[in-house]
Each structure stands twice: as structure tokens, then as C-alpha cells.
Write a protein that binds this ligand. Structure first.
Ligand code: SF4
Ligand code: SF4
Length: 376
């Protein structure tokens, strides 16, 4: 979309301010610049090549790109898309991203992960028992279990447990010894050209390894592969699924035997598996899976599309961690259970961070923990 089209879309805004109630970053800051409406106005300055202030730059970079505002706007303005496009333009102008993003992107290029992990530690999630027989790239298989940076380094059980469940179900898949970063962080930061180079490199890697199906554990990887890669590379024809969807299918095929756990938890819908995944949103699958495990689910909100953001999308923790902590605290205050469950390791990681920072006693888990406990 060119700038004239984006400016035209912004001009449809009627300043009704309905979107303010949908935006978690506005709710915790009460700063109009950090609202969807405010960010649209800043974006308009960017597209008109007008100078923006440092605070306005931060306002764009504290947007989680959760797309909650999009659903609330009576004018159907794709606000998250416009905010992202403004970041891309700021990078082109040499005014962005921020130093924190530059450092992380440098790490991604050098170490092939977005969390500063040592490349040699990437496979430390893989239990010794499996490591012995793992063939990695050498395995004849067109289905790849792609773990991503958060699962590999930060929330390791979201790599280990899905791997183990798929093995138990006799599912045929392979993993890569030299797995790259999906590039979602780079894309979200507005570094479009670097991101596109990464996508191209990864597509070639998948092709070289004969991959026709990718199973991911992370919402960010799902969004990147199934939305962003397809947008820029029309030839990208790999089938992409979240591991929860795959395990849900195995459940329906009676490939796993479940026993009841008798627990009550709150399930959180990650935006990249939910409203940002549009018609393919994974709402019923994770719930049916948890129910099959004997887990009773308390809902945060009745309309799953309106689930609050975890507070960490688009790397905002590095820009302003206080926003992230406050959003997480507001979410925790709504909980009626001590356990909070998500299908995205980034959300789980942030919930643990928020719990620690606010000195709370909530436990945050990745969804497959319950499946493994139930099928053991
Ligand atoms: S995408 Fe999310 S954080 Fe960004 S302006 Fe919209 S509601 Fe607020
Ligand atoms: S809801 Fe839509 S029309 Fe209303 S202020 Fe927000 S962006 Fe503008």
C-alpha cells in the first residue's frame, strides 16, 4: 500500500474514540499518543514526511500490534497495519528502530535467535533419550517441527513436551539441528528489508530440506509463516499449523489416550493464534483439548476475539517494560484461578515475568503440559 492510500485510510477516522477502550497500552498509560487514535495521527505525520517527536516514536514502538483496536473501529480501519507501515517508513528514513531493536536484530543475524541465546545451546531442550536417535536434517520426512527462539531458549517445555507428545502418537516429523529465527521480531520492528532477506533464506532452507509442512509451537512463528511469508513470497506454499491444532486432530483420531486431571485453569487466547489469525483462529481446538484432559476452563472474556494481550507483543518489553508489567497485572487481576494457560511461549514467558515483577503467586503454563500429564 502506498502512502496516499494509507493517508486516505487514516482520513476515515471520525475521532469517535471507541478504539481507546480496546487498547491495553492506552488503558495503562492514559496517554492519547499511546492509543490507536493517537498512533494513527502520528502515522499520518510519518507518511507526510513530517518530523515526529521522540515520544511519538516511542508511542509507535509501544504498540503490541495486537489488532484489538481493528475489531472495535466502526470505520473498519486496519489500525495495526497502518502502525506497522509507519514503523517501516521510519526505518527507511533512518529514524528507527530503537537501539534496543538494533541490538536484538544484530544478535538475530549473528546468533540466529531473538533472545540472545548461545547458538550451541539451541537444542538443550531436547532430552538425552531422544538426542541419541535424532537424525535431524538427515531424516527422510517432509514435516518439520519448528520450535522457534522462545520455545528453544526461554520456555523449553514448549519445545520438549510437544516433541514428546508427537513421538508418543507416532507422528512422523523432523527437527533441524540448525534452526533459524523466523524473523517475526525483525518484521515487527519495521526492518522490512532485513526481514525479507531472512524469509528468503528460510524458504530456501525449507526447500533444501524437502519441507512441505511446518508445525510451530509459537504464535509469532505461526503468524510469520502463515501470514507474513505468504504476503511477500507468493511461491511460499508450505502448509503451516500450530502444534495444538495437530494434537487436537490426534485427539479426535483417538491416537492418544487421555485420563482426567481434575483441574481448573484460565485459558488465554494469544492474539497471533486468535484475532490476528482471522478465519483460522484457534479458539475451540485448545479448549476441547484441555477439556479432554479433564481441565475445567474459566474464561477471561466471553468473546475470544477480545482476549486481552499478554502485554509483550512486538518486543515492547524492551522499549517500556512498565507498560508490559501493568498490562499483565491487569490481566492477572481478572483471574479466578491460580493457573494461567497459553498456547504461545512468548505469552507464557511474559506472564512469568509479570508474576515475578508484581510479586504474585500465579502459575503460567504452556498448554501441552496438561496433555502430557493426561496421557502419561
Ligand atoms: S494494535 Fe493493540 S496496542 Fe496497538 S494500538 Fe491497537 S489495540 Fe493498541
Ligand atoms: S475507533 Fe476508528 S474511527 Fe473511532 S477514533 Fe478509533 S480509529 Fe478513529
Amino acid at each position: 500500500m502506498n502512502h496516499d492510500q494509507l493517508i486516505r485510510e487514516i482520513s476515515y477516522c471520525q475521532n469517535c474514540f471507541t478504539c481507546l477502550d480496546a487498547c491495553d497500552t492506552f488503558k495503562v498509560t492514559n496517554n492519547i499518543d499511546q492509543s490507536p487514535n493517537g498512533r494513527l495521527k502520528i502515522a499520518e505525520h510519518v507518511f507526510k514526511n513530517e518530523k515526529i517527536s521522540d515520544n511519538q516514536l516511542i508511542a509507535l514502538y509501544t504498540c503490541t500490534l495486537c489488532a484489538s483496536c481493528n475489531l472495535s473501529c466502526p470505520q473498519n480501519i486496519d489500525i495495526a497495519k497502518i502502525i506497522h507501515a509507519a514503523k517501516v517508513q521510519l526505518v527507511v528514513n533512518g529514524e528507527a528502530p530503537l537501539e534496543v531493536h538494533d541490538n536484538i536484530i544484530k544478535d538475530i543475524i549473528e546468533k540466529e535467535n531473538s533472545v540472545g541465546g548461545k547458538p550451541e545451546d539451541r537444542l538443550k531442550w531436547l532430552p538425552e533419550t531422544y538426542l541419541r536417535d535424532e537424525l535431524f536434517e538427515e531424516r527422510e520426512c517432509d514435516t518439520l517441527l519448528f520450535l522457534g527462539c522462545m520455545s528453544s531458549f526461554r520456555v523449553k517445555e514448549s519445545a520438549t513436551v510437544p516433541y514428546e507428545i508427537l513421538k508418543k502418537a507416532g507422528y512422523n516429523f523432523k527437527i533441524l539441528k540448525n534452526e533459524p529465527c523466523c524473523g517475526e521480531y525483525v518484521y515487527s520492528a519495521g526492518e522490512l528489508e532485513i526481514a525479507k532477506e531472512m524469509f528468503k533464506h528460510n524458504i530456501e532452507l525449507f526447500k533444501k530440506n524437502g519441507i512441505k509442512n511446518i508445525i510451530v509451537t509459537c504464535g509469532g512463528c505461526l503468524y510469520a509463516f502463515d501470514n507474513v511469508y505468504r504476503k511477500y513470497f507468493k511461491e511460499f506454499d508450505i502448509n503451516v499449523r500450530h502444534v495444538v491444532d495437530v494434537i487436537h486432530e490426534l485427539m479426535k483420531q483417538d491416537k492418544l489416550a487421555f485420563k482426567g486431571l481434575n483441574k481448573t485453569i484460565t485459558y488465554h487466547d494469544p492474539c497471533r493464534l486468535g484475532r490476528k489469525y482471522h478465519k483460522k483462529a484457534l479458539y475451540s481446538g485448545p479448549r476441547e483439548l484441555l477439556e479432554k484432559c479433564g481441565v475445567v476452563i474459566k474464561e477471561l472474556v466471553q468473546d475470544h476475539d477480545k482476549c486481552p494481550c499478554c502485554g509483550a507483543g512486538s518486543g515492547i518489553r524492551g522499549v517500556d517494560s512498565t507498560i508490559c508489567i501493568k498490562i499483565g497485572k491487569d490481566l492477572f487481576d481478572k483471574l479466578e484461578t491460580s493457573e494461567l494457560v497459553s498456547s504461545c511461549p512468548l505469552c507464557v514467558f511474559n506472564f512469568r515475568y509479570v508474576n515475578y515483577k508484581n510479586n504474585m503467586d500465579k502459575e503460567s503454563k504452556y498448554i501441552t503440559d496438561y496433555v502430557l500429564e493426561s496421557i502419561k
